[in-house]
Design a protein around this ligand. Sequence first.
Ligand code: AMP
Length: 200
Amino acid sequence: MENTMSFKDLNLIPPLERALTKQGYTLPTPIQSESIPGLLLGRDLTGIAQTGTGKTAAFVLPILQRMTEEHPRVIKALVLAPTRELAAQIGESFAAYGEFLKFKHTVIYGGVKQGRQVQALSNGVDILVATPGRLLDLMNQRKLTLSNVEFFVLDEADRMLDMGFIHDIRKIIAKLPQKRQSLFFCATMPPEVNKLAKNL
Ligand code: AMP
C-alpha cells in the first residue's frame, strides 16, 4: 500500500489524534495504514509483523476507538503476550494512546505475588494485558471473567508456541465469547502458528 496515507485518513477520534500528536508521530507506519481501517470495521486480522513496525499502535488504537462505544467497567479487551516485558510494553502503549480516554487497564504476569494484580482486577478494568500462565491461574481462582471480551489479541504467537503456552492459550480461548474480534500477530508463520490462526 502507498505510504502517503496520513493519520487523518484513518478517521481516528480526536482524543486518539491528540495522543498521537503528543507521541510525536506524524505518519502511520505501513502496518498501521493497512490494518487500522479494517479493524475499525470489526474485521479479524492476522498480521506478520516484527517488533519495531508499529504493530502495537496498529491494534491498540482501533481497540480503544471501538471501546469508546461501550460503557461498564468489565474486561472488554484481552491481549496475551509471551513475556512480562512485552506485556508491560503493551500496557504502556494502552496508557500512552489512551491518555485522553477514560479506560483502565492492568497488566498481569507470573513470577511475582498475585495480590496487587488481584486488587487491580477487583477495582475494575476495561483492558487486560496478560501472560498466559498467570491469567489461567487467576481464571481458575475465579478472580476474573472473560465473558465480556470483545477484542482478543494474541501477540508474538510464534514465540508463545515456542515457549510451550499452546495448552494454556487453548484453555483461555475456550472461555472467550464466540462473538469477538480476534487479532493475531507473529514474526513468522510456521505451520503450527498458521493452524492456530485458522482455529481462531
Ligand atoms: P512496535 O512495533 O509496536 O513495538 O513499535 C515500535 C516503535 O515505534 C514504538 O517505540 C512506537 O512508539 C513507535 N511508533 C509506532 N507507531 C509510530 C508512528 N506512526 N510513527 C512513529 N513512531 C511510531
